[in-house]
Design a binder for this molecule. Structure first.
Ligand code: FRU
Length: 492
């Protein structure tokens, strides 16, 4: 009797554990102000589009697990670009009767308000169209990549694949990531030929039949294949001018890793011509910002493009030590161009939730007899620092300081380099390529450096001088809390 009672209690205990809310451990590293789906693998943002009061974020998603596979488009919506609601999978992979499978790779979405495609009821203005790459496989073999479309009349909740797909197939195995936009009464598409470091530009009246206009590429950084192109106008600050920007995902500042570059130039409706440039223009100097694309169809009042990127790096993406989810998305970033002589540089300002705790400080060496130490309540916060360099050799901001672990941001005056060192940031041994130090040049403004450091559990987005230079890196601290320690580097 007693034994069976014990068994019963044990059984109850097991049920209670199984039904209890997720323990903290499984949720470690879950960002609080960056979007992640409840579970599973994500990579590139897809089909960023605004429609009737809602921003849509579609994305590369594996509904079946937390490593890459079964590529489908996941879906989330937001009314403010800050709080996102996850919806059901929008575009699942397609299993054909001949045994081929079409993975739904990256692409874009447009609002076909004039019903140019003919998919919608006459006069219906809210038709959504997704233009994606079908990655066709049979068994283990990859057969080809072509561009397909799908349409939705209920704001992206349910979709129908076009029965005459593909709409663009040039017989290549690598031909992907169509990004479509409206320009002077026509649809334009930029799409990548990754192995040739090339972007093709196509045109269409109805989103179904496409003709080639021109090609761009084989310049800038060709250390890694080119993926996820986009082309859009960006306003120049303090002027009424705009220039066209071509963004491409390729290698990063450390060319062994993935990253993004951009070209500034002009687009005449047919051809994109890049201005002469010195070196490579980088969107982000960290290791973990890739595949960003802009929102389509933003309201007229918002003329600055807004982009979002995937936070991860293909070099170690599948090994990062998160549990339920793997991969996340950056803050939306509002873009402008800053003109300097003949050169134009992108400036990025994040759209950030006001709920993130803020600590703002103006610092100069004469006020700091010893290092500043702040105990932070948890690992999500925004530090806004204006640091006067006068009388110092630079400064150091150590984040997530706990026992031997820290992530260290250092600025050195003599070479004007801002670096982020994550070699002691906590869990770094899940992949030998992860521990690293990133560097970017930051020129002081009136003798000061302005830093906005956003930490969100495992994501650091670091904006220097109001967004002139940006660095995004993941870190995996071993403690849920840590100190911030700020010190100046003394002159000799
Ligand atoms: C970029 C990318 C795209 C492709 C997708 C597949 O990260 O390789 O070129 O469409 O991921 O998931």
């Amino acid at each position: 009797m007693k034994a069976s009672m014990n068994k019963f209690l044990f059984f109850l205990l097991i049920i209670a554990i199984a039904c209890s809310p997720k323990s903290d451990l499984t949720e470690t590293y879950r960002p609080q102000v960056h979007y992640t789906p409840a579970k599973n693998w994500v990579n590139d943002p897809n089909g960023l589009v605004y429609l009737d009061g809602e921003y849509h974020l579609f994305y590369q998603y594996n509904p079946e697990g937390n490593v890459w596979g079964h590529m489908s488009w996941g879906h989330a919506v937001s009314t403010d670009l800050q709080n996102w609601e996850e919806l059901q999978v929008a575009l699942p992979e397609i299993i054909n009767s001949d045994g081929t499978i079409e993975g739904i790779f990256s692409g874009s979405a447009v609002v076909d308000s004039l019903n140019t495609s003919g998919f919608f009821e006459p006069g219906f203005k809210n038709g959504l169209l997704a233009i994606y790459t079908a990655n066709v496989t049979k068994g283990e073999e990859q057969i080809g990549q072509n561009q397909g479309i799908a349409y939705s009349s209920d704001k992206g909740h349910t979709w129908t694949y076009y029965d005459q797909n593909p709409v663009l197939d040039i017989g290549l195995k690598d031909f992907r990531d169509p990004n479509v936009f409206r320009y002077k009464g026509k649809w334009k598409m930029v799409v990548s030929v990754p192995l040739e470091f090339k972007v093709q530009i196509y045109e269409s009246d109805n989103l179904k039949s496409w003709s080639l206009l021109s090609e761009f590429g084989k310049m800038g950084d060709t250390a890694k294949i080119w993926e996820c192109p986009s082309l859009f106008p960006v306003p120049v600050e303090n002027s009424t001018d705009q220039k066209w920007v071509m963004m491409v995902s390729s290698a990063g500042e450390d060319i062994r890793f993935t990253g993004m570059q951009y070209f500034v130039g002009d687009f005449d409706g047919k051809t994109f011509t890049a201005d002469k440039q010195e070196g490579v223009k980088r969107i982000d100097y960290g290791k973990d910002f890739y595949a960003a694309i802009p929102f389509n169809n933003l309201p007229q009042s918002k003329k600055n493009p807004v982009i979002m990127g995937w936070i991860n790096d293909w070099e170690y993406a599948r090994d990062i030590p998160t549990v339920d989810f793997r991969g996340s998305f950056s803050f939306p970033r509002k873009l402008s161009l800053i003109k300097n002589g003949d050169d134009f540089q992108l400036n990025q300002v994040p759209v950030v939730s006001s709920s993130i705790p803020l600590k703002s400080e103006k610092l100069q060496i004469s006020d700091l007899k010893k290092a500043l130490e702040w105990d932070m309540a948890d690992n999500t916060y925004h530090l806004n620092l204006e640091i006067d360099l006068a009388g110092s050799n630079g400064f150091q901001v150590a984040l997530l300081k706990h026992e031997k672990n820290e992530t260290v941001i250092t600025y050195t005056v003599n070479d004007q380099i801002l670096s982020l060192d994550r070699t002691q940031s906590g869990r770094v041994d899940f992949n030998e390529k992860f521990p690293s130090i990133e560097k970017m040049k930051v020129i002081p403004v009136a003798g000061k450096i302005l830093l906005d450091i956003y930490l969100d559990q495992h994501i650091i987005e670091l904006y220097a001088n109001g967004g002139q230079k940006v660095l995004t890196d993941m870190v995996f601290p071993t403690s849920q809390k840590g100190k911030v320690i700020i010190s100046f580097l003394e002159t000799n």
